[in-house]
Design a protein around this ligand. Structure first.
Ligand code: ASP
Length: 610
């Protein structure tokens, strides 16, 4: 037996017990003829005391950091207690020890505050994983997965595996492809998600499915993405949107409770996509704080049902506002005392290329009810007061106004709102606010691909009232160039996202389950009949054999863990993550393959210059 106990479990009550521990040498401290060693394992650290009699043996077999040793001895109470660690009141008076394996000097210290940079730690990830800081993230991840499985099991969900080698149907993101040796010249794709499989399982009668599963998307890795990531993937049959929202609201609350000890009692708030865009400028609003966006002016073709305040700002000869497509504002509470330096600094902030604004207009709402602004020349006190009322600004607030093209300005104002929220301390790490965003548009225009795409995915059902519209109309795809020119642009999807503190943590939809509507959907996306059959014939076929109404969703598991762990980076919650260029620097992958492998695959490389 290598050990009788772990390095985290011995206490004062165990004094005088003879025990054996095994673990890694964290630190070695010599005091004259005695040596203290901190021995570490997954469970904690226990102090070992090597007395004078062991010194010759230690001199002959010196210990080093990260050596793996086994030590036997008696527990004794420490004279110099360390109340910061659980085992800090005791130590082991060692009588025998054995070096089980030596270690080279580690390239960085295995401590919470390590001296190793990102690259180095990723190269030696197996050492990085020994650090407490990383370990506690993986423990949290495991706790989330356990809570998920327990809840779903209790609710009759069945974990069913789906294949990784599937057919390439480039739709959303780019596929990763795998050449087939047995079918030379043909390729599998790795699944971007098990979407069609879980739908087929519904057709097969497994009415509650889940899987904690890897998904693969060959995207540019901007902003903390990983080419392979994990989803909690779920699907249910015989459900409506309301059933799904309730079931998964239950799941997330259960996770909060099990993992964070939080009783999230309130009902999760709900907001339509249009309201989210209108009030917060994005479809995943952080509702931990208010500071809603006021639309002073908008183009007439967007947010058709919403009123702006254009009358307040137009006709004053202020060109910036008069010529802009959109003028949007937020009121930052308690910021009216900002100095010139501070307002200049925020102006610079919105001018950064990532935000892309040309400038910013300020109105200070002074405590005494007067106003001071950079546009005093154009707007008198009365007008400023009206603008303040439209932006919901109170005395002591600072109104920040951006103007420009609708989409860019709304996005920038949304970023500015988040930034000001951060600066004002409104985005508290320990406050969790969930939100369902509902009624997304079914289609969206993809500027890059210059075509209309399904906003969620092509299997998403339109809202019940819109199904008839789709079935009856003949789409005129060829003419669809801009927003609202697509015959179905106004159609809403039966889709929902779950948002936590401004992050989309999950999303899904009620699915199409009838062949004619699914065919219509493919056609609306510009797919010919042959193409639809070639790519999705299996699904269309399945819909002919009694497909039940169904729907589901998937949570981004890595992201959920990161938020619950109070981190912005999903990498910290993945045991072996890739870097921002999609490389595993520890394995040095991707890499070239042998000529023999190419031969077997009957593939010849002919790389075009990038
Ligand atoms: N498969 C979808 C996704 O990966 C989620 C869903 O609709 O269930 O986004």
């Amino acid at each position: 037996m290598y050990r009788t106990h772990t390095c985290g479990e011995l206490r004062v009550k165990d004094v005088n017990m003879e025990i054996t521990l095994a673990g890694w040498v964290q630190t070695i401290r010599k005091f004259g003829a005695i040596t203290f060693v901190d021995l570490r394992d997954r469970y904690g650290i226990t102090q070992l005391l090597f007395g004078e009699e062991l010194q010759p043996e230690l001199d002959a077999n010196p210990l080093g950091r990260e050596f793996v040793i086994q030590a036997q001895g008696f527990i004794q109470e420490r004279s110099n207690k360390n109340m910061n660690i659980a085992t800090g009141e005791i130590e082991v008076q060692v009588h025998t020890f054995k070096i089980l394996n030596k270690s080279a000097v580690p390239p960085f210290t295995i401590t919470d505050e390590t001296d190793g940079g990102d690259d180095l730690r990723m190269k030696y990830r197996y050492l990085d994983l020994r650090r407490n800081a990383v370990k506690k993230n993986l423990e949290l991840r495991y706790a989330v997965s356990r809570a998920t499985r327990n809840y779903l099991h209790e609710n009759n969900f069945m974990d069913i595996e789906t294949p990784f080698l599937i057919k390439s149907t480039p739709e959303g993101a780019r596929d990763f492809v795998v050449p087939s040796r047995m079918n030379a010249g043909q390729f599998y794709a790795l699944p971007q998600s098990p979407q069609t499989f879980k739908q087929l399982l519904m057709v097969s009668g497994y009415d509650r499915y889940y899987q904690i599963v890897k998904c693969f998307r060959d995207e540019d890795l901007r902003a903390d993405r990983q080419p392979e990531f994990t989803q909690i993937d779920c699907e249910m049959a015989f459900v409506e949107q309301e059933d799904i929202l309730n079931m998964f609201e239950g799941l997330i609350k259960h996770i909060f409770h099990e993992v964070k000890g939080i009783h999230y009692k309130e009902k999760v708030e709900r907001m339509t996509w249009e309201d989210a865009m209108w009030h917060y400028g994005n479809d995943k609003p952080d509702i931990r704080f208010d500071m809603k966006i006021a639309t002073l002016k908008k183009p007439s073709s967007v947010y058709i049902n919403k009123e702006d305040h254009a009358v307040l700002i137009s006709g004053a000869d202020f060109k910036v506002f008069d010529e802009a497509e959109a003028v949007l504002a937020i009121a930052a509470p308690g910021c009216s005392e900002y100095t010139r330096k501070q307002t200049d600094e925020i102006t610079e902030w919105v001018k950064r290329p990532q935000i892309g604004m040309k400038g910013m207009v300020f109105i200070k709402c002074n405590a005494d009810g007067t106003f001071k602004s950079s546009v005093d020349k154009f707007y008198n006190e009365e007008k400023l007061k009206a603008i303040a009322a439209a932006t919901n600004a109170a005395a002591g607030d600072l109104i920040l106004i951006l103007a420009g093209a609708e989409e860019r300005t709304r996005k920038a104002t949304s970023e500015l709102r988040l930034e000001m929220g951060k600066r004002r301390g409104y985005r508290k790490e320990n406050e969790f606010k969930l939100l369902w965003v509902l009624d997304f548009p079914l289609f969206e225009y993809d500027e890059e691909g210059n075509r209309w795409v399904a906003r969620h995915h092509p299997f998403t059902s339109p809202k019940p009232g819109d199904i008839e519209v789709m079935i009856s109309n003949n789409p005129l795809i060829e003419n669809a160039e801009k927003y609202l020119e697509h015959p179905y642009a106004g159609i809403k999807a039966n889709a929902y996202d779950l948002v936590l503190n401004g992050n989309e943590i999950g999303g899904g939809s009620i699915r199409i389950y009838q062949r004619p509507l699914q065919e219509k959907m493919f056609a609306a996306l510009g797919m010919s009949e042959e193409e639809a059959l070639h790519k999705f014939g299996f699904l269309l076929g399945a819909f002919e054999y009694g497909a039940p109404p169904h729907g589901g969703l998937a949570f981004g598991f890595d992201r959920l863990c990161a938020i619950l762990g109070g981190s912005e980076s999903i990498k910290d919650f993945i045991a072996f993550p890739k870097n921002n260029s999609g490389r595993d620097v520890m394995l040095d992958a991707p890499s070239t393959i042998d000529d023999k492998q190419f031969e077997e695959l009957q593939i010849k490389l002919d790389l075009k210059p990038a």
